[in-house]
Design a protein around this ligand. Structure first.
Ligand code: 8OZ
Length: 370
């Protein structure tokens, strides 16, 4: 037996087990509005101890890809209410991942066709976004050149986060996960090789982390720390993000987060969706620094965990809960399969981004396949 299948609590959120569905971008919500197909997909996966939704834009300006959902229109929030109701009806818990893409966007996705905003006016040279062509087919395209945010604009974006967190709770979510990872807006401020500002939001680690802490502060005041979480990716190079001293940077970040009684800290180990050892980083030292600073939130780990690794992580205290991404796409009853050590279905790589039910809401459970 293992603790992996036993209940736990992350802040104010009670989980039936310690297996979490990681956020997964699927590009199946036209007009940024969650629809009946999305309801079905999430409801099918409600045996996860916790579902983290796909990254969800807090504002139109925070949009960076075609057909990803939002939190900023009445229609989107009504759509999400149907999702949260369906997940709760099936006994699950669900938090929304709050997203502002920053410079990983395209003018055609922005309000009035404007430039995406960032900590810098430099383009993410190797980054692609996903656009839908006029004939309805999808395709990847270079991201647009951003404009650097004025210092005076930052409080407005903090306010956007606060409002979106309130709207999320009103739409029935059990909490929110701030997307602080993978080269998006907050990470664009954190990273020394992206952030080239000379104001109080650039330069030192303390300055680069200021925006993130203002967002954490605003959201925890609005909805409570026990329903607020954050995801970080210390070495992920997505979005052309990198830093000269990630260990120092993220130690400062988690020590600051220790001052809040958050629901959980979600750490991607290695390159998101890729190699676990893509760059050197001591994740156990990061966890130890968090605890030494008085941090009490759940420690969530992610990236290419196997059943054995997950059992070992929760037994040893390396982590409190383990998030799994792509296996949850092709195994709606992933928790049961881990419990029974049953075979896992492989996901179809060609239907990850965009499309309809195929490769999305049509993967059978063990019972359905029998
Ligand atoms: C895959 C494709 C598009 C976006 C992330 C939100 O990496 C994403 C994402 C993943 O965090």
């Amino acid at each position: 037996m293992t603790k992996l299948f036993e209940p736990t609590k992350l802040g104010d959120i009670s989980l039936a087990n310690r297996i979490v569905m990681a956020p997964l971008t699927r590009n199946r919500s036209p007009n940024a509005v969650p629809n009946e197909l999305n309801v079905k997909y999430y409801a099918q996966r409600a045996t996860a101890g916790l579902i983290i939704t796909e990254a969800t834009a807090i504002t139109h300006q925070g949009q960076g890809y075609a057909n990803v959902p939002g939190l900023y229109t009445k229609e989107a929030l009504e759509g999400w209410k149907k999702v949260t109701d369906a997940v709760h009806a099936n006994g699950g818990k669900i938090v929304v991942q709050m997203w502002h893409v920053g410079r990983i966007s395209h003018t055609t996705l922005q309000p009035n066709g404007g430039k995406p905003v960032s900590s810098t006016s430099r383009r993410a040279e190797t980054s692609k976004t996903y656009l839908v062509n006029s004939d309805g087919t999808g395709g990847f395209a270079d991201v647009s050149e951003p404009r650097a945010l004025e210092t005076s604009e930052i409080p407005g974006i903090v306010e956007d986060y606060r409002k979106a967190a309130r709207a999320a709770i009103d739409a029935g979510f059990d909490g929110v996960e701030i997307h602080g990872a993978n080269g998006y807006l907050l990470d664009q401020f954190l990273r020394g090789n992206v952030n080239d500002r000379t104001d109080q939001y650039g330069g030192s680690i303390e300055n680069r982390a200021r925006f993130l802490f203002e967002v954490v502060d605003a959201i925890t005041k609005e909805i409570g720390a026990g329903r607020t979480a954050i995801r970080i990716s210390p070495v992920t190079a997505s979005g052309d993000a990198s830093d000269p001293a990630p260990q120092q940077l993220f130690t400062y970040v988690v020590e600051g987060l220790a001052k809040y009684d958050l629901a959980y800290i979600h750490v991607i180990e290695g390159q998101t969706g890729g190699k676990r050892d893509s760059l050197p980083f001591d994740y156990d030292a990061l966890h130890a620094a968090y605890k030494a600073a008085g941090g009490k939130a759940g420690w969530m780990v992610n990236n290419a965990y196997t059943r054995e690794m997950a059992i070992e992580a929760v037994e040893s205290g390396k982590a409190d809960v383990v998030a799994f991404g792509k296996p949850f796409i092709s195994n709606p009853d992933f928790v049961r399969r881990l419990e029974e050590n049953a075979a896992l279905a492989q996901w179809d790589q060609t239907t990850l981004y965009g499309g309809g039910a195929k490769g999305y809401a049509d993967y059978p459970t063990l019972d359905e396949a029998a």
